[in-house]
Design a protein around this ligand. Sequence first.
Ligand code: ADP
Ligand code: ASP
Ligand code: MG
Length: 494
Amino acid sequence: MKTNVQILKFGGTSVGSGERIRRVASIIANKVHDSGEDFPVVVVSAMAGVTDQLLRIALLACTGEYQECEIEQHSLKQKHLDTAKNLLLKNEDRYNQLIDDLETVFSALQQDIAELQVYASKALIYELPLRTAAVAAWGERLSVLLVTAAVCNSSGINAVAIREEAIITEHLVSEIPQTPGTVIGAEPLTEETRINAQRLVHPMINRHIVPIMPGFIGRTTTGFVTTLGRNGSDYSASVIGAALDCTEVTIYTDVDGVLSADPRLVANARLLPRLSYAEAARLSWFGAKVLHPRTLIPIAHLHIPVRVRNTFRPHSRGTVVGPEKTQRSAAAAITVRHQLALITVENTDMFGAPENAGQVFALAARAGAAPVAICSSSGYHLSFMVEEQAADSILALLQHDMGTWRVICTRGLAACACIGSGFSVDPMSPARAITALARERIPVITQGASESGIILIVEEKDSERALRCLHRDLIAPVIPLVRHGTQERQREAR
Ligand code: ADP
Ligand code: ASP
Ligand code: MG
């Protein structure tokens, strides 16, 4: 009989310390022991901060700063050894085995760093993306060892670390030289990944062993280790989930679910119990870090739900993202996407040929950049947002290839997105959003609309204030604390 499986994905903060990994192990154990739950397949991120550290190591290796590179490696190793000690203090055999496994990983990492140094010193720049990915991939492999040891150590659960990459991707080619110390995301291949993931996981599930797999990483068809891009472990969880025909993907993180705004910026952000795929996709595209923007791509057409839950409050129900349309009367959430530039292309000849949007976007694609949003378009004019870091190369191509067209670029912008199906239901919502910003004297540079909401382009320096006032006026008013003056207190005392 086929066993139904669910994916449990734990993010970097969830595996950020020995104490936290123990909580993760107890969530996994509860799922295995609960007969009402489908069998868990676990996908984990690197410990919080570790991928940043590995990329710093890669950068130092490329720039020839070998001493600093060694210091970083030492601190990375110490962090994992300390965590191992914290986890398995009372089980000497298991602890020794884990230390052996970690040492093996650290020597392999050292080899990959040495190779990267050689390629960088020979200025083989087109080799650097693959060599950098090889270094960045070790964070997830290290945390897989820690989580597996913690699960096996608790409540008699049988778990195994999957050491091969489950996701198969296209070969990674980059036509643009890569900035040292960064990774490019490779594209997963559905059929190849399906065969490979099932080959790795099914024998474990049949023996009731919980597979614990590294998120974020894959292997190219040409045999190189690669990554799905920064913050890509949510995406890897849904790619693996689709490959295993799972019933649900749960993203365990450090907040209660998807909220009406980033709780780090808005104190009274509300939990959204349900979101449609379309709403969640817009939210993550416009900056809600809680879900990677590609997470829903592999599973939405299969109608597999995604649940977002808090590792540290496992009883909170979280947010379910699914195929059903939600019934709302207003905006559900406000997000901000930072570091954008607005590119405007205008025909200087009023009677010349109408704009050629196809040509403009083809040039943008050649510069390696998809527009983040298209703001306005008329016969002789087109304006769209791009990531600021891509603006220079797009600008150069447009100026070179667009003849008489005038190309203008405004940098230092951010997009505030008011998202939710309710936006199209309530015709006053866009007006309320603009009024909210006007009241705070925040200029709107331009705007764009769709049936799931509107985006308002503001200057970067105004963006967080804009987010707060939109949230206050469209979603959750802030009730001011009433301070009683001395006279009032005296009056009350009488
Ligand atoms: P993980 O380490 O689990 O992958 P991330 O840091 O990638 O976690 O994502 C979780 C963070 O996303 C939260 O701590 C929160 O600050 C941020 N975030 C941004 N927007 C939202 C939102 N709308 N709802 C919930 N969290 C959000
Ligand atoms: N560890 C990877 C990163 O930090 C992937 C992830 O955590 O989502 O980019
Ligand atoms: Mg994340």
